[in-house]
Design a protein around this ligand. Structure first.
Ligand SMILES: [Zn+2]
Length: 109
């Protein structure tokens, strides 16, 4: 088994969309769907959905985020102010954290 840890996008990460309809958009990851290799990003890839009238709501059209491919997003580095590739850095205590490959900034708290 490989000991290599895959740099991953997590929930609550800020990402930039690098391809597709919402290219250039920035948002927070609200959900990661590993099985589909996709992520749901707040206010990105909005789709309109018709809902039926119920006793609780009047129905109508609601807007909702649709998942986008994880390969279409990049982690947003606050230091570089752009989408970057993630690397893995080992801390002195042996803990592995995600870091920016561009500036080296540790991106995990
Ligand atoms: Zn950076």
């Amino acid at each position: 088994m490989s000991t290599k840890i895959k740099a991953r996008i997590h929930r609550d990460d800020e990402v930039v969309v690098i391809a597709g309809r919402d290219k250039g958009a920035r948002g927070k990851v609200v959900r990661v769907k590993p099985a589909e290799a996709s992520v749901v990003v707040a206010k990105v890839n909005m789709i309109k959905r018709h809902t039926r009238q119920t006793q609780q709501s009047s129905g109508g059209i609601i807007e909702k985020e649709a998942p986008i491919s994880i390969s279409n997003v990049q982690f947003f580095c606050p230091n570089c102010k752009t989408g970057v590739r993630l690397g893995i850095k080992s801390l002195e205590d042996g803990q592995k954290v995600r870091s920016c490959r561009k500036c080296g900034e540790v991106l995990d708290q």
